[in-house]
Write a protein that binds this ligand. Structure first.
Ligand SMILES: [Zn+2]
Ligand SMILES: [Zn+2]
Length: 833
């Protein structure tokens, strides 16, 4: 096609397909370890293969690709892989609804989404692609499960699950909608079943400590991690039960200083002591009825602060050891067995939940901290103050009183200081089909026995009926369930649960380091070279569980001697959502923009440019059609400009030779200021939008320069400057819109890919401005001198004159009445005093 024919249109479909093919054929983004060369591991959270990519994907992958390509150009060896978080519930739902096997559904979706991602032109090393549903993948997490079992980091116990009585099945939290089953609308029950847990609580303190050593993470994500871990310092002590010397209720409190204000105590309805506290059959049945009511509430409901708290008063009474008085005992839904000891001392004066409960049940409220002046007793007081109504603690401040209360408990052998975590162990058993089987068996003779290593993987059988009813689908597959005991060779039953899919996503970044390695989870040299991930990018919805689990799993692998890093992700970028018409894009709201449509109409380069330009990455991106049109116009404009300028610049020198004219110097300064700004915005705060806007300004300046210099500048100087500006704009824009820039780069006569070029560096000489000396007078007398750029703004000169160290003493004790600035020459400050 002759260049002239292209001038009105920008043929993105051909260009994008062409460069995607060239990059793939050349394996341009394939990497291997190169000791001695700096590496950069750029990772976007891998997607669930739901079938189609959405605008949120376009956004996050455009961000990742910008960083990856930028780092390539900075000379790094860049690992930028992609794969599939392929196990999970939607595949099973599709099986129930459409009769298609989850594996077929999943792999079809993967093919589809891979094609879509390729059309975006992302610089992935596709040779490293992994899918977590591949037995060659989950084999290794089965092995690690066994290692964790050996070290007591995996264990089995009873736990509470959501249960649909009509489907006779366990429901995941996301299958419970307003307390009802998503399929049959029955009221969901809570049931206790046996399941496997990972002992993440062993790592609670380390996970917390490292939150202070991850400066590359957003503070709000670290705060969410810290809150989830929830460390609290306090005291644990025993309350005697009145008239029952055989019983003691152990409570945990973060406020031992308030113990004199304990006017009642509360047990979780599930507390094992409750049955022994009931005095007769009538009370036992009241307790059972209360427990049944509470069993219908979810944990979230029970902990909500804005709903009335249910309670049941027991006949038994406890004794507050501080006041030696009897106090009432309650069961209440707002106390959970999984937190602390499952029992609390209630101090309604200083705790709002206790206050609300005390008000509702007509219980006394005794303040133990002096209220500030003007305090109206309409709520609990949680502020600072001096202890009152507190016996030997009176007059102390809260911190002193806490210490003294603990000393008192220790001295009497009643309790001790205690650190508590909100973090619970990670329940990983799922009564689901589409997941990694848990590699243990149950033998009548030997009990629970792990599968032998040489028998791994325990492969998920294909031939299974998925109805969504009953227990684990695997329990129905006789050939799977009935197995041989690895220990005695007798008959044994396999565990029929599968692992939480969060287990797979806790180590996929390690598998990418050596994706086909078959002698272990990963090759240790490769992991040592690539880990940790230098930049991780993903949505804020993963700010708690996924990141915490991946951090935990990494530490476990380190402690198993497999890995040398303490943390998996050096830096984290949490991008905002893509919204349209003020709401998150969703099918139900009818505001979805399909990336395929967008790419078909405008091209991937425009889609990427728009999503990076419309908002800084951490903010929500508000979709608007005009923004897309604008991005498209900008690329078309560059296209036309470069082609129109080709005859003039194709043979020009790469950098201008000889001294430049004033206009030439000013324009060259603009080019290098743009380089400096774009580099800064990418490096320092990921402000890709302002970086792109600087490139747009450069392109505007380029147009202006082209017109203005036409008859006024020597031709060689003009051609060289045009060339330098055009090439700079293409290099800076390359990581954003790689196809069009690569095509134009080639059109300029370059044989080598744009992404093998070095990222431009600002030329200090070009940045230097002409400077002049400015005299500063105070009331007509010279008091100081400033050096400023010839074109420094008046306000800047004025500001600098007033704060100048030599000038300031002359202004002391006087009022500035007037400041006269004569640009380029002098500042006169007129005072009165
Ligand atoms: Zn149901
Ligand atoms: Zn056995």
């Amino acid at each position: 096609m002759a260049l002239d024919d292209r001038q009105d249109r920008y043929p993105f479909p051909e260009i994008e397909a062409k460069w995607q093919k060239i990059w793939a054929d050349r394996k341009q983004f394939k990497v291997r370890e190169e000791p001695g060369r700096p590496k950069y591991y750029c990772l976007e959270m891998f997607p669930y293969p739901s079938g189609r990519i959405h605008m949120g994907h376009v956004r996050v992958y455009a961000i990742g690709d910008l960083l990856a390509r930028y780092k390539w150009m900075r000379g790094f060896n860049v690992l930028h892989p992609m794969g599939w978080d392929a196990f999970g519930l939607p595949a099973e739902n599709a099986a129930i609804e459409n009769g298609v096997h989850p594996a077929v559904w999943t792999y079809e979706n993967i093919d589809n989404m891979r094609t879509q991602l390729r059309r975006m032109g992302i610089s992935y090393d596709w040779d490293r692609e992994v899918a977590t549903c591949d037995p060659a993948y989950y084999k290794w997490e089965q092995l690690i499960f066994i290692r964790m079992l050996e070290r007591g980091l995996a264990y089995r116990r009873r736990s509470r699950v959501n249960w649909c009585p009509s489907c006779q099945t366990v429901l995941a939290n996301e299958q419970v909608e307003a307390g009802r089953c998503w399929r049959c609308d029955s009221e969901v029950m809570i049931r206790e079943i046996d399941g496997w847990f990972f002992k993440i609580t062993d790592y609670a303190q380390e996970l917390l400590d490292w939150c202070d050593r991850l400066p590359g993470w957003p503070e709000r994500v670290l705060t969410m991690q810290r809150n989830w871990i929830g460390r609290s310092e306090g005291a644990e002590f025993a309350l005697p039960v009145a008239g029952r010397p055989d019983l003691k209720i152990t409570i945990f409190t973060t406020r031992p200083d308030t113990s004199f204000g304990m006017t009642y105590a509360v047990l979780a309805p599930e507390h094992p002591l409750v049955d022994r506290l009931a005095i007769d059959a009538a009370e036992r049945s009241r307790i059972d009825a209360f427990r049944a009511e509470v069993a219908r509430e979810t944990e979230i409901e029970r902990l909500a602060t804005d709903r009335p708290k249910r309670g049941l008063r027991l006949t038994a009474r406890a004794i507050n050891p501080f006041t030696e008085r009897e106090i009432p005992l309650f069961l209440a839904d707002y106390v959970l067995m999984g937190y602390g000891t499952g029992a609390i001392m209630a101090v309604p004066g200083e705790d709002q939940r206790d206050w609300d409960f005390a008000r509702a049940h007509d219980l006394p409220i005794v303040p133990t901290v002096k209220r500030p002046e003007g305090w109206t007793d309409e709520q609990a007081y949680t502020g600072d103050g001096v202890k009152i109504n507190s016996g030997f603690l009176d007059g102390l401040d809260i911190e002193e009183a806490k210490r003294k209360a603990i000393d008192w408990l220790v001295g009497r052998g009643l309790g001790q200081a205690k650190i508590n975590f909100r973090l619970r162990d990670w329940g990983i058993s799922r009564q689901r089909y589409w997941g990694a089987p848990i590699p243990v068996l149950y033998c009548e003779k030997d009990g629970m026995v792990p599968e032998r290593e040489e028998n791994l993987p325990v492969v998920l059988p294909r031939d299974v009926q998925i109805s969504g009813k009953g227990g684990s689908p695997l329990a129905e597959v006789a050939s799977f369930v009935n197995a041989t005991c690895p220990k005695c060779g007798g008959r044994a039953r396999r565990d029929t649960d599968t692992m939480d899919t969060f287990v797979e996503s806790s180590w996929y970044f390690l598998r990418y380091c050596s994706p086909t390695y078959d002698r272990g989870m990963f090759e240790s040299g490769a992991a040592a070279y690539w880990m940790p991930v230098d930049q991780y990018i993903g949505g804020i919805e993963h700010a708690v569980l996924h990141l915490l689990y991946a951090r935990f799993y990494t530490k476990v692998l380190r402690d198993l001697g497999m890995l040398k890093v303490d943390e998996p992700f050096q830096a984290l970028l949490s991008q905002g959502m893509v919204i349209k018409d003020g709401a998150k894009m969703s099918k139900s709201k009818g505001n979805v923009v399909d990336p395929d449509d967008l790419i078909r109409r405008y091209g991937a380069d425009t889609a990427r440019l728009f999503s990076l330009f419309a908002a800084p990455p951490e903010k929500d991106l508000d979709w608007n059609d005009r923004g897309v049109e604008g991005a498209s116009r900008f690329l078309n404009r560059i296209w036309r400009f470069v082609h129109a300028s080709l005859p003039e610049i194709a043979g020009a020198a790469r950098t201008p030779a000889g001294p430049l004219s004033d206009a030439g110097r000013a324009f060259r300064r603009t080019i290098h200021e743009t380089i400096r700004k774009v580099t800064h915005d990418i490096e320092h705060d990921f402000h890709f939008n302002t970086a792109i806007s600087a490139v747009m300004e450069l392109v505007n300046a380029l147009h202006d320069f082209e017109r203005a210099s036409l008859d006024t500048m020597p031709r060689a100087e003009r051609a060289a400057l045009l060339r330098e500006a055009v090439e700079t704009a293409l290099l800076l824009l390359g990581p954003v819109s790689p196809h069009i820039t690569e095509e134009l780069w080639a059109a300029l006569g370059h044989r080598q890919s744009l992404f093998k070029q070095a990222w431009p560096r600002p030329d200090e000489a070009a940045l230097a401005r002409d400077e002049v000396e400015i005299v500063v007078q105070v009331d007509g007398r010279v008091r100081g001198r400033l050096t400023a750029g010839v074109d420094a703004r008046e306000a800047e000169i004025r500001e600098r004159a007033l704060s100048d160290g030599k000038v300031r003493p002359w202004l002391d004790g006087r009022q500035v009445a007037k400041v006269v600035v004569v640009p380029g020459r002098l500042v006169n400050i007129v005072t009165r005093g």
